[in-house]
Design a binder for this molecule. Structure first.
Ligand SMILES: [Zn+2]
Length: 570
């Protein structure tokens, strides 16, 4: 005979284990958990097993929904604990984990602000480093000074900090220029790189048909001579250093890619110290290898360049990290193309990198997304290679779940029209700031004059009944374009009566910015920003910039400036 409390414990462990394994609990796990909790039962274990088996069988036979329901009702605490575990388990194990410490790196180029796609990479890099007690390097891949700015280094640091991603080491590729030059010479000495002085157009044509140019035939000495000339004699577009790859390879990335080019542009950190700059193809593998990166994760569009990556490391006799590619994050209705985002910002189509229409992290922050929501959203997408194009609703639902229990509720009446209630008592009503949580309350004096939204007002006809939320019922007497007249109809709460939010005659003007898709039919959506004007209750005077709230029946908002909010989402 097993005691009821012990039975209950068996059920709990069975549900817990089933929850983690698609509804199927395992006998040995349940038994070992039981023994962990109640070691004194050890001697009776043999007699208990048949009963445990029956319980497990019963639970395993339930559908997932049934199990979920039982867990919610009987063991709600369990759900929270398990959800956490499930969340932490979203990334699959890394391949080829050897004894040395796992090192990942996040290598943004400081030529713009981080967007949601970068967030995915950074979160994955950091999560893997944490999973294995390893390290994550933040490396500024700053070897193309044309568009790089000091402002962007700082913005990238600030955005990562906000996102909750802390790097263990920070470095700049531009600090390793002398090293890159030494490795370049080594490859020239090996006769595996040459300085090509052909016209860009002929390089392109030759590449397309897999044909080499005469520069390819130069001796090592001639190439070294040309290489040194790149540092002062040649003009910017007169010479590039190319890898002698496989000019006829089916993989076009191998057709003698550029390793160095001349860029006469001031570098944000190095000024005019250098003019011969390595390409990503050359710098990335060397940096990864020398920094001790064990697992280099990058998006799938680099896949064709893998062969170049490994070829360079092999030629230089450097250790090869494990390369892992994952799908690039595209979200419907927006773009993560840095070129396009840059264009929108510099052309003034949007108001800066934190314009809440953009998918940049600073914009998402301004819009009212929590960093935890972004982390959860991108981790939820995983590291698979399959392309998916989620829309904002997915990240919104994650954020809604997190905001709902922590933000205060207020009334906002968009596009307001006046409501007079005949026979209304003068009532001072106390409204709770949150339906469940104890976030206090505010009192509002009412004297029968209100504003409600036009959208609500327009659905009522004469004799309809509606309820002013938290207050009393009103029966419609007459309607017109500019106002609504109603009659007091008692306080009794009736389920079928529609409920509307309202403001009393003491209210404040308030505007809410509402974002539509940034891109429609492939081009910038000129109507991507709407301003909704209305009245908010007096209490909203006290709101501070960056406060997050819910306007009842309207949506979650972040206060952006005095009397202006941004709609985060419904
Ligand atoms: Zn050439």
């Amino acid at each position: 005979m097993i005691e009821a409390s012990t039975e209950n414990l068996i059920r709990k462990h069975t549900f817990a284990n089933a929850y983690l394994h698609e509804g199927k609990a395992d006998l040995s796990v349940v038994i070992s958990k039981m023994m962990g909790d109640l070691p004194e039962l050890r001697p009776q274990i043999k007699e208990m097993i048949p009963r445990v088996k029956i319980i497990i069988q019963d639970i395993n036979n339930m559908t997932l929904t049934e199990q979920q329901k039982h867990i919610e009702e009987e063991f709600p605490g369990l759900l929270k604990k398990q959800e956490k575990i499930v969340e932490e388990r979203k990334l699959p194990p890394l391949p080829n984990v050897r004894k040395e410490m796992i090192v990942t790196r996040f290598p943004p180029e400081p030529n713009g602000y981080l967007h949601i796609g970068h967030a995915k990479a950074a979160v994955i890099d950091k999560t893997y480093a944490q999973m294995y007690n390893g390290k994550m390097i933040l490396r500024f891949d700053d070897t193309n000074p044309v568009k790089e700015r000091l402002e962007y280094y700082d913005a990238i640091r600030a955005d990562l900090n906000w996102l909750g991603i802390k790097s263990d080491i920070e470095k700049n590729s531009s600090d390793d220029m002398e090293l890159f030059y030494r490795y370049a010479e080594k490859i020239i000495q090996l006769h595996r790189a040459y300085v090509c002085t052909c016209q860009a157009s002929s390089i392109k044509e030759n590449r397309a048909v897999g044909k080499g140019c005469t520069c390819r035939l130069l001796s090592v000495e001639d190439n070294l001579g040309r290489w040194y000339k790149m540092f002062d004699n040649y003009k910017a577009n007169e010479a590039i250093l190319r890898l002698k790859g496989d000019i006829a390879s089916l993989n076009t990335a191998l057709r003698d890619p550029t390793l160095f080019r001349i860029i006469d542009s001031n570098h944000p950190l190095k000024g005019d110290k250098y003019r011969v700059w390595p390409t990503y193809d050359f710098a990335a593998p060397i940096e990864d290898s020398l920094d001790g990166v064990t697992h280099a994760l990058r998006t799938k569009e680099y896949e064709l360049r893998d062969e170049v990556y490994f070829l360079i490391l092999n030629l230089l006799d450097l250790r090869s990290p494990e390369l892992i590619e994952f799908s690039r994050l595209e979200i419907k209705g927006t773009t993560i193309s840095k070129r396009k985002l840059n264009h929108f910002v510099t052309e003034g189509l949007v108001k800066g990198w934190d314009d809440p229409r953009l998918p940049t992290l600073s914009a998402l922050k301004r819009r009212g997304f929590l960093p935890e929501s972004i982390q959860e959203f991108v981790l939820g997408l995983g590291v698979g290679k399959s392309e998916s194009q989620p829309d904002w609703s997915l990240i919104e639902s994650v954020n809604r779940k997190k905001l709902d229990p922590i933000v205060k509720r207020f009334f906002f009446v968009p596009d307001p029209i006046k409501l007079e209630v005949i026979g209304a008592p003068n009532v001072t009503v106390k409204l709770k700031n949150h339906p469940e949580k104890d976030f206090g309350e505010r009192s509002i004096e009412t004297k029968g004059v209100f504003h409600i939204s036009r959208e609500d007002a327009e659905q009522f006809k004469e004799k309809d009944m509606f309820r002013l939320l938290g207050l009393y019922n009103v029966k419609v007497e007459s309607t017109s374009y500019s106002n609504l007249v109603g009659k007091y109809a008692g306080k009794e709460l009736k389920n079928e009566v529609p409920k509307v939010q309202w403001v009393s005659d003491t209210n404040i003007e308030f505007s809410v910015l509402v974002m539509e898709d940034l891109i429609t039919e492939g081009v910038f959506n000129k109507d991507s920003l709407k301003i909704i004007r209305g009245f908010a209750e007096q209490e909203c005077k006290k709101l501070q910039i960056d406060d997050k709230i819910q306007f009842v029946r309207f949506g979650f908002c972040r206060i952006d400036s005095h009397n202006i909010a941004i709609l985060t989402h419904k």
